[in-house]
Design a binder for this molecule. Structure first.
Ligand code: ATP
Ligand code: MG
Length: 583
């Protein structure tokens, strides 16, 4: 099982567990769980929770359960369930025999509800959902008791059993806990425990027409499974009182709920509703679109499980809401791939180079290391060379500024692993567009070695025109060009989609060694970034490459600018508000 990549740093949750282990509260046991609702694909936020829960269990020698919180049949699907299983496994975690479903506990949950009714702690309410909401009160005003709150135990039992038997229409009645309608914590104002909903459940079929609510199901599921530390995100902080109340009323085993700050990632959206919308309305090419913050998308893009774990470990866990710059995710990907990805050459936007003093029919092969920092680590591949080559269009300038070390008329440059060459002539078409560069090479510089007396600052990547493999390359970038696309109340987050998040490079050519690149394998195209052979679109002998990440961050300046602008807008809004107040 994967744990952290290094010794896990201490955090507030570990401190709590350490205290429990010292006091013997759970007998030294650590049992955590990851409880997804199968109503969507997992995203990087879920990965944080997965790494946390599985990581804690692993480092304390405990176990982590995978439990599907499948109590809402209307929104849940087998497709999502299967994908969650696959994604958690892909991330490198193993729940062993501990795969559970909240729906497995439906019978027990029902019995617990009966117990609450018998103890006078739950009642059947005939108010509509709307009326219940209206009776709830506000943060400053107490709620109002439902007229059905005083029902006797027998009547409640009878009605609840008949709810289960299907005698009442959907939404006509609910079972509620009887706590306190004036409780300062709104969660405690007689929360709903069961509702009537006729829907086919993916596991229990049509056996049930009443379904338990989250707050009722979750604590009991934790209890049944002997979870020690029930770790959830901060928005459940208010629900902890109810979690504790419920288990105390039922008098059953009582885990400790602990809340942590969820992951918010800049330049992304993570709400399931928004992700679904992006997919359904074809803003992206499906759940596994390489630009999506889903595990699927990242996997297809070429992010590795280790890089996601590294990212989660580096951002840590805390109690304060915060936003993480996408830079950190991309950095983790770079850091991980840097040690793993073989270096190769690919020209994305080619321009032809003709070596005029190189014989027409000649060709030769250079043995180039896949990993120049440590050649034995990854071995070598053959890179063929001939009279006609491609280099990157942006690596040539006819009228270069000072300190342009790449190719320019009369300026000697190195072709990586091959020779030193000098551009002698620029050939243009009738529109003035450069179509060919005519160069000479120095045969004395085989392997790219520069004699002592020659300063050659530029080294360019290249591909033999005769041997190169034309491939489809897709340059992926951040899906949004705004750090916080969901932050503006009067603007739709889709307005901030980055129009350049997917750029096709139809002319790209790569060195022939990539012909058999295994789908899913990652390379560094020297000077251009990390690229991954798309696991879906690649065919034997015809890889399609996705850019995983650039070699350097190019967003820092943009983010800086946006933050300044956001600050300005905020100040302006405050001023306007102040002014409006005065008037
Ligand atoms: P919803 O409950 O609105 O459907 P959700 O994202 O909470 O959406 P769940 O399937 O309930 O989806 O999430 C499973 C687990 O993942 C929960 O324990 C939740 O706390 C955790 N989780 C979800 N989003 C994040 C996030 N952004 N950061 C950290 N943990 C998250
Ligand atoms: Mg949730």
């Amino acid at each position: 099982m994967a744990t952290g990549e290094s010794a896990s740093p201490s955090n507030f949750i570990r401190n709590i567990i350490d205290e429990h282990n010292q006091s013997g509260r759970f007998g030294g046991k650590v049992v955590t769980r990851f409880p997804p609702e199968p109503n969507g694909y997992l995203h990087i936020g879920h990965a944080k929770s997965i790494c946390l829960n599985f990581g804690l269990a692993a480092s304390y020698g405990g176990s982590c359960h995978l439990r599907f919180d499948d109590t809402n049949p209307a929104k849940e699907e087998q497709e999502y369930l299967d994908s969650i299983i696959e994604d958690v496994r892909w991330l490198g975690f193993d729940w062993g025999e501990h795969l559970y479903y909240a729906s497995n506990y439906f019978d027990q949950l029902y019995e617990f509800a009966i117990k609450l009714i018998n103890d006078g702690k739950a009642y059947v309410d005939d108010l509509s959902a709307q009326e219940i909401r209206a009776h709830r009160g506000t943060l400053t005003q107490p709620g109002i008791d439902s007229p059905y709150r005083g029902r006797g135990v027998d009547e409640n039992l009878d009605l609840f059993q008949r709810m289960k038997a299907g005698e009442f229409p959907d939404g006509s009645r609910v079972l509620r806990a009887k706590i306190d309608m004036a409780h300062p914590n709104m969660v405690m104002r007689d929360p709903t425990l069961y509702r009537i909903r006729r829907a086919i459940h993916h596991r229990t079929g049509d056996k049930w027409c009443i379904y338990p609510m989250y707050d009722f199901t979750h604590c009991i599921s934790d209890s049944i499974e002997g979870i020690t530390h029930s770790i959830c995100t901060l928005e459940f902080e208010d629900n902890r009182v109810l979690y504790d109340w419920m288990l105390d009323q039922l008098g059953i085993y009582h885990p400790q709920q602990i809340e942590f700050a969820r992951l918010n990632l800049e330049f992304a959206v993570m709400s399931k509703r928004k992700l679904l919308e992006l997919v359904k309305e074809n803003y992206v090419d499906g759940w596994d679109d390489p630009r999506m913050p889903t595990i699927r998308g990242m996997r297809r893009r070429g992010y590795t499980p280790a890089s996601l774990r590294l990212f989660c470990e580096r951002i840590g866990v805390g109690k304060k809401e915060s936003w993480i710059d996408m830079y950190w995710l991309e950095k983790a990907v770079r850091d991980d791939l840097n040690d793993k990805a073989p270096r190769v050459m690919g020209v994305l936007d080619p321009i032809k180079v003709v070596i005029t003093n190189y014989p027409e029919d000649a060709e030769e092969v250079f043995e180039a290391p896949y990993y120049p920092d440590d050649p034995p680590a990854m071995g070598h591949r053959d890179v063929p060379f001939c009279r006609e080559l491609y280099i990157e269009r942006e690596d040539f300038m006819e009228d270069p500024p000072k300190k342009f070390w790449r190719m320019a008329p009369g300026q000697e440059v190195r072709l990586r692993w091959a020779y030193l060459v000098t551009c002698q002539e620029v050939v243009k078409d009738s529109q003035g567009e450069i179509v060919e560069l005519r160069c000479t090479y120095d045969p004395e510089t085989r392997g790219g070695w520069a004699p002592d007396d020659r300063k050659v600052k530029g080294t360019l990547h290249w591909v033999s025109a005769r041997h190169g493999l034309g491939v489809q390359v897709r340059l992926y970038d951040r899906l949004f060009s705004m750090a916080n696309p969901g932050a503006f109340k009067d603007r739709d987050y889709k307005e901030f989609l980055n129009p350049e998040s997917k750029v096709l490079m139809p002319q790209a050519v790569v060195e022939p060694s990539l012909k058999d690149a295994a789908p899913g394998s990652c390379y560094q195209f020297e000077r251009k970034g990390f690229f991954c052979a798309d696991p879906v679109d690649s065919a034997p002998g015809r890889p399609v490459f996705n850019r995983v990440v650039t070699l350097r961050d190019s967003w820092a300046k943009i983010l800086e600018q946006q933050k300044r602008e956001a600050g300005r807008l905020e100040r302006e809004a405050r001023k306007t508000k102040k002014k409006a107040k005065k008037e």
